[in-house]
Design a protein around this ligand. Structure first.
Ligand SMILES: CC(C)(COP(=O)(O)OP(=O)(O)OC[C@H]1O[C@@H](n2cnc3c(N)ncnc32)[C@H](O)[C@@H]1OP(=O)(O)O)[C@@H](O)C(=O)NCCC(=O)NCCS
Length: 152
């Protein structure tokens, strides 16, 4: 398995992964297309791919690179490849890249999403706050997590 930067050819596969995942953030096609528009808000998207078939994707992470703080907008690993360390590898690579350009990395997560919360906590993120009733369908609070790149 290797981690590489997304290409436009990956979009169909990552959309399919995202749509199969109930707890992922769900984006429209134009939002994925915007990843490749030069003057769109800066983002980094990484995919976890098979080494023997680079078009076969196991997961992805997308981060919005605002000055100072980067925000993880989505991270998804295909269900059949979960608990193999792929989510950890994707986020570690992202944190490695953030070290040079950001002071912290932030994200919001559903309070009930224990798999994602454990992943982030293991990587050193800590809770900074809560947004009440932030999510819809079902309505639920978001926890705001943060890691300072100074501790990496
Ligand atoms: C969250 C997600 C990306 C984790 O990916 P993953 O590749 O399975 O994660 P890893 O294998 O690197 O797991 C790292 C640690 O996270 C925790 N974890 C991961 N999945 C878990 C689960 N189902 N239950 C409890 N803990 C879990 C464990 O502590 C795990 O370490 P361990 O396997 O040594 O116990 C994956 O479950 C997923 O795609 N979920 C659906 C989409 C989603 O909710 N994204 C988050 C949006 S904020």
């Amino acid at each position: 398995m290797l981690i590489r930067v997304i290409t436009h050819d990956d979009v169909l596969s990552i959309r399919a992964l995202e749509q199969r995942s109930e707890t992922a953030a769900h984006w429209a096609q134009h939002e994925y297309d915007a990843l490749f528009v030069p003057d769109a808000p800066p983002r980094i998207a990484l995919v976890a791919a098979s080494e023997s078939d680079v078009a076969q994707l196991y997961g992805f992470v997308i981060v919005r690179c605002a000055p100072g703080d980067w925000e993880i907008e989505n991270v998804v690993v295909a269900q059949e490849h979960q608990r193999l360390g792929i989510g950890t590898k994707l986020i570690r690579e992202l944190l490695h890249r953030a070290q040079c350009d950001a002071t912290s990395v932030l994200l919001e997560v559903r309070e009930s999403n224990l798999a994602a919360r454990r992943l982030y906590e293991k990587l050193g993120f800590s809770e900074q706050g809560r947004r009440s009733n932030y999510y819809r369908d079902p309505t639920e609070d978001a926890l705001l997590l943060r890691i300072s790149t100074a501790i990496l």
